[in-house]
Design a binder for this molecule. Structure first.
Ligand code: FES
Ligand code: FES
Length: 221
């Protein structure tokens, strides 16, 4: 016994109620709409993804041209480096990808979390938002440059004493920001520390202990 459904003799356009726009003679049927949309999508995708451009011929060497680059000299943790980088390179990528200093973390890469905080000429900055080529001649301090040999920076020690981290992803940024906060003198009260550390997020929620660590370092508490 056959179980195949009977072939319909009703065209897609006839399945719309009379008088509706879809049912008019000039309106495309659902089947032709899908067919033309698919072809249109393929043409656009071909133009964008790899086929010949539908917007005109492209210069033959456009894909092979190297992006503009520049030489930059920076002193990082007391050591001078001169490198040639793509002009779009952030300080964070210069540190992590070119100088192999991976202590500064890439959280949001958009200036919102503070995980990438370092000091540039003593000022704390989000290194993900700082163009490397603008730092020619600058002094950069990262988390790798805080300790003196085996002796931790007092704020690094305070983070351990106060148990001020869990996963640790934000910690290098918190410590660098804390060093800046202390140098700036914004440690008059826990509220002031919280305000001036508010650009550094901690998804583990260690804020109370982070503030205590900054207080311990600033005031010996
Ligand atoms: S990674 Fe730079 S602010 Fe988040
Ligand atoms: S310790 Fe995990 S994000 Fe701060």
């Amino acid at each position: 016994m056959s179980i195949e459904p009977p072939e319909t003799t009703v065209s897609p356009s006839e399945s719309f109620p009379e008088g509706s726009p879809e049912g008019s003679a000039s309106a495309p049927s659902r089947r032709t709409f899908i067919a033309t949309t698919a072809v249109g999508g393929a043409v656009v995708a071909g133009g964008l993804i790899g086929g010949p451009s539908v917007f005109g011929a492209e210069p033959a060497d456009a894909a092979t041209q190297a992006p503009p680059s520049s030489r930059v000299s920076v002193t990082v943790n007391g050591q001078r480096h001169t490198v040639t980088v793509d002009n779009r390179t952030s300080l964070l990528d210069l540190l992590r990808e070119h100088l192999n200093l991976t202590g500064s973390k890439k959280g949001c890469n958009a200036g919102a979390c503070g995980a990438c905080t370092v000091l540039v000429d003593g000022q704390r900055v989000n290194s993900c938002l700082t163009l490397a080529i603008r730092l020619d001649g600058a002094e950069v301090t990262t988390i790798e440059g805080l300790a003196k040999g085996e002796r931790l920076h007092p704020l690094q020690q305070a983070f351990i004493d106060q148990d001020a981290f869990q996963c640790g992803y934000c910690t290098s940024g918190q410590i660098m920001s804390g060093v800046g906060c202390i140098d700036e003198g914004h440690t008059g009260s826990p509220e002031e520390i919280r305000e001036f550390m508010s650009g550094n997020l901690c998804r583990c929620g260690c804020y109370v202990k982070i503030v205590r660590a900054v207080e311990q370092t600033a005031h010996g508490k």
